[in-house]
Design a protein. Structure first.
Length: 209
């Protein structure tokens, strides 16, 4: 919904662990986002809205550069709807690496373990109720391919307006500083429908792979 400006993408380090890093194209943006600091997870949570109001990307960034493993263990006992409760809209400085992930998974063995192995057996498989053919039909391979790409596509320039707040004495005080969400180390992400249904989930460990 609120894309990144390509002119603001700069090369920056992404830390694979406490010490080792790789240089990646890092997108930069300052704007209003749904945000939360979760003490129990020891992480920050950011929501990137899509033009489809029902969909968004939820990014969970551990506070420590090497905190991804502990974060994953904590997430195993919580659901996304709980995690995204009490998020609030605030000004955030966001740095997020561009990345593209493709993964191919062969499912013959898992499906066989679930009791569906006969569909792969040319002597046993029976698809007569689905296919009108005298030929013996069987499944040779089941493949699942996942793909996700995150970039600044459709970027537009945006202006930020600074407000001054007046307290009860009538004197001026500046607004609180914006939050900083610097995703320069491994994080978890979800493509979510209404923050409830997980359509896609992943872990970014190295944007260059």
């Amino acid at each position: 919904m609120d894309p990144f400006d390509k002119d603001c993408t700069k090369t920056a380090p992404f830390y694979l662990n406490k010490v080792k890093s790789v240089d990646v194209p890092m997108m930069n943006k300052f704007g209003d986002f749904n945000y939360k600091a979760d003490k129990e997870l020891d992480a920050q949570i950011l929501e990137l809205a899509y033009t489809n109001d029902n969909l968004s990307m939820i990014i969970i960034l551990p506070n420590k550069r090497n905190g991804i493993d502990k974060l994953e263990k904590k997430l195993a006992t919580r659901n996304l709807s709980e995690i995204t409760e009490n998020m609030w809209n605030t000004e955030v400085i966001v740095q997020l690496p561009k990345f593209k992930i493709e993964q191919t998974i062969f499912l013959n063995d898992p499906l066989t373990q679930l009791g569906l192995g006969e569909i792969f057996d040319p002597c046993v498989a029976n698809f007569s109720g689905m296919i009108s053919s005298n030929e013996q039909i069987h499944v040779s391979q089941v493949i699942q391919k996942a793909f996700i790409e995150v970039n600044e596509e459709g970027a537009e320039a945006a202006a930020a307006t600074e407000a001054m707040l007046v307290n009860c004495s009538g004197s001026l005080r500046p607004p609180p500083p914006p939050k900083k969400f610097i995703a320069d180390h491994p994080f978890i992400y979800f493509l979510s429908e209404k923050r409830i249904n997980h359509l896609f989930a992943g872990r970014l460990s190295d944007p260059t792979n």
